[in-house]
Ligand binder design. Structure first.
Ligand code: ADP
Ligand code: MG
Length: 268
């Protein structure tokens, strides 16, 4: 499932450029990030450290204003965060003074949802995140993995049509990680969301995505876009298939055997 005709553009990175001031010198974190993500696509982004993955995502989240270019969501220019975009960072961003349940219900309260409905959702999210029995715990009493699962539950709770996920499972142990991948794919299939998911794990990138965006550094840019023609639902059989191995190798080579940039490396 790539950009079919029946898919409307959901997120459009329109020649996004991000230049930071580095001790008085301009530093190009993102050169010309131009990408259209269709509604209901699951796009993963991989690339070496410092290639601008988080910068691109922060622009879509409305947390960073591009130096030039713009991000459009549903045709509207992004000028700040919005409830239709759920953001999940690598480092659990929880309110330390709120309990697990209060953290998860926070966005729902902002939407003025009534308490019984909030409860119903937070109950479901707590179960989904494997936090049963910890509803009243404070973040400081949770393990790192639990905190991250709570942050994910909080983002899922408001049911945003777009999920922007910046290495969300990086801190989780292998088993929890696979479980979270399965859950994410399940909800994505059921509730039809658009997902932009950053990871440095090539297997994870291929397993989840219908397209993998491979970035390159110095300056940060799109290097290659690889279509993942594996069927959904992604099962154990898919993970063990020869096609999966081929695609993993292709992405791996694109990430780790990048030629030094002589021209702009984007292939699409
Ligand atoms: P990635 O997520 O791919 O590792 P980032 O998007 O975080 O990369 O960063 C891209 C580059 O921009 C890095 O070299 C980083 O040091 C630099 N950078 C990011 N944010 C800022 C900032 N606010 N000020 C200066 N430099 C920054
Ligand atoms: Mg990053």
């Amino acid at each position: 499932m790539s950009m079919h005709d029946d898919q409307k553009p959901k997120i459009h990175f329109d020649h996004v450029r991000a230049v930071f001031d580095l001790k008085g010198e301009p530093f190009v974190a993102l050169d010309d990030f131009d990408l259209t993500i269709g509604a209901n696509e699951f796009v993963t982004v991989v690339g070496p450290s410092g290639c601008g993955k988080s910068t691109a995502m922060n622009a879509a989240a409305g947390l960073l204003a591009p130096t030039s270019g713009a991000v459009h969501v549903d045709g509207e220019t992004v000028t700040g965060p919005g409830p239709e975009r759920g953001v999940i960072f690598q480092q659990y961003a929880l309110f330390p003074w709120l309990t697990v349940r209060e953290n998860i219900e926070f966005g729902l309260e902002l939407q003025r949802m009534r308490k019984p409905e909030r409860r119903e959702i937070s109950d479901r999210m707590i179960e989904l995140a494997g936090l049963t029995g910890f509803a009243d715990a404070l973040p400081k009493n949770l393990s790192g993995g639990m905190k991250q699962r709570c942050a994910i539950a909080r983002a899922y709770a408001v049911n945003p049509s777009i999920l922007l996920m910046d290495e969300p499972f990086g801190a989780l142990d292998a088993l929890t990680r696979v479980r979270m991948q399965e859950q994410l794919l399940d909800t994505w299939a059921q509730e039809k969301r658009t997902v932009m998911f950053i990871t440095h794990d090539v297997d994870e990138a291929v397993y989840l995505a219908n397209r993998v965006i491979v970035m390159a550094a110095h300056p940060g840019r799109i290097h290659r876009i690889i279509d993942i023609d594996l069927p959904y639902p992604r099962t154990e059989d898919v993970r063990l298939s020869t096609r999966f191995a081929e695609l993993r190798n292709e992405v791996w080579n694109a990430v780790y055997h990048q030629q030094p940039a002589t021209t702009k490396g984007s292939s699409q």
